[in-house]
Write a protein that binds this ligand. Structure first.
Ligand SMILES: [Zn+2]
Length: 337
């Protein structure tokens, strides 16, 4: 396997971006970042629990002369494209993540049923069983299997950090900023002096991060808006996202993302003249995807689209703009009068 300079690049003095392929995934790549210190270094995010991802990441760390005995990990959030390789790298490492996300990760490791709660909720929002089962065939492979493969003894190396706590590596003082929305305890790292942000999947520049319902984050879109405002107040000149290229103008990007969600809220609200379930609503939304009709969406895209629709419906409901009722165990929504 050959990694060229596209895959490993110094994006800031002593900060290296490692771009790792995500096979058969529309995201195509995930970014890990290495902050090189004098004694210990910090690796921000891993990739899927796949052999090819492991090989690419190992190659990059060797190439960058990193001694794995002196490597700590920071995980921005629970998703398998960021946390997947954790137990392959954890042996000599401390693993930092937010205290909120750590609780979710521990839950997911100890009780694989955690993900099942999400599936039950999707079914109660009108998702046909065969679509869910089709999506899970893929998602089980990369997402759910991540957690059963992790052994509980890795929990001993976990170090939770709270909002505002600082991790110092090399010349960087990285402040953990709790940014719930994309996941319940997502955390960005911010260096105030250098005005740089590792944004995880909180702000991406090529796509809008998926926002969905979580068992412990009911109004995820509200949390996401609040977390965007929180980041928007900071002085940031360069952002290193979890996917895609680094971005210069995060403030403009945040404005665009907020506008995108407000437009979608309007679109959903204007279609709710009569009771519908979330799956029916998702089918009518104009998604910004390459497929020209809903029927052509892969099942995994339908899964994510439904989650996104539900997050918007809950936001509208919490703002008293939408009311809901349950009929035959399916939740129905309608515009409030
Ligand atoms: Zn991601």
């Amino acid at each position: 396997m050959i990694l060229n300079n596209d895959h490993i690049s110094e994006v800031f003095p002593s900060v290296f971006r490692i771009r790792i392929n995500l096979p058969n995934n529309p995201l195509r790549f995930v970014n890990s970042y290495l902050v090189k210190g004098k004694e210990r270094s910090l690796l921000i995010d891993t990739a899927f629990n796949l052999e090819s991802c492991y090989d690419e990441l190992s190659f990059a760390l060797n190439y960058l002369n990193v001694d794995r005995k002196n490597l700590d990990l920071f995980i921005t959030h629970i998703h398998a494209d960021h946390i997947g390789l954790l137990d392959r790298f954890i042996k000599n490492s401390r693993v930092f993540m937010s205290n909120v996300e750590q609780e979710v990760v521990v839950e997911a490791i100890k009780h694989p049923d955690y993900w099942h709660l999400m599936n039950v909720f999707l079914l109660s929002n009108g998702m046909p069983k065969e679509i869910l089962e089709g999506a899970l065939k893929y998602l089980d492979l990369v997402y759910v299997q991540t957690y059963p493969s992790m052994k509980s003894d890795i929990l001993e190396n976990f170090k939770s950090i709270r909002d505002g706590e600082i991790l110092s590596y090399g010349d960087l003082d990285l402040q953990g900023l709790l940014t719930p929305g994309h996941s319940p305890g997502h955390m960005c790292l911010y260096d105030e002096k250098n005005k740089i942000l590792f944004s995880g999947d909180h702000v991406l520049f090529d796509i809008t991060p998926n926002i969905t319902w979580w068992p412990n984050l009911n109004n995820a879109l509200k949390s996401y808006f609040d977390s965007l405002e929180k980041i928007n107040k900071l002085k940031i000149e360069l952002t290193f996202p979890g996917h895609g290229e680094p971005g210069k103008d995060i403030h403009k990007r945040i404005e665009n993302i907020i506008r995108h969600h407000n437009k979608r809220l309007d679109e959903i609200l204007s279609s709710l003249y009569d009771y519908k379930n979330a799956y029916e609503i998702a089918r009518e939304i104009k998604w910004n995807l390459k497929y020209d009709k809903w029927e052509a969406f892969p099942k995994t895209q339908k899964y994510f689209a439904l989650g996104e629709t539900i997050a918007h419906l809950i936001y509208l409901k919490e703002n008293n703009l939408v009311e809901e009722k349950v009929e035959n165990e399916i939740i129905l929504y309608k515009r409030a009068l």
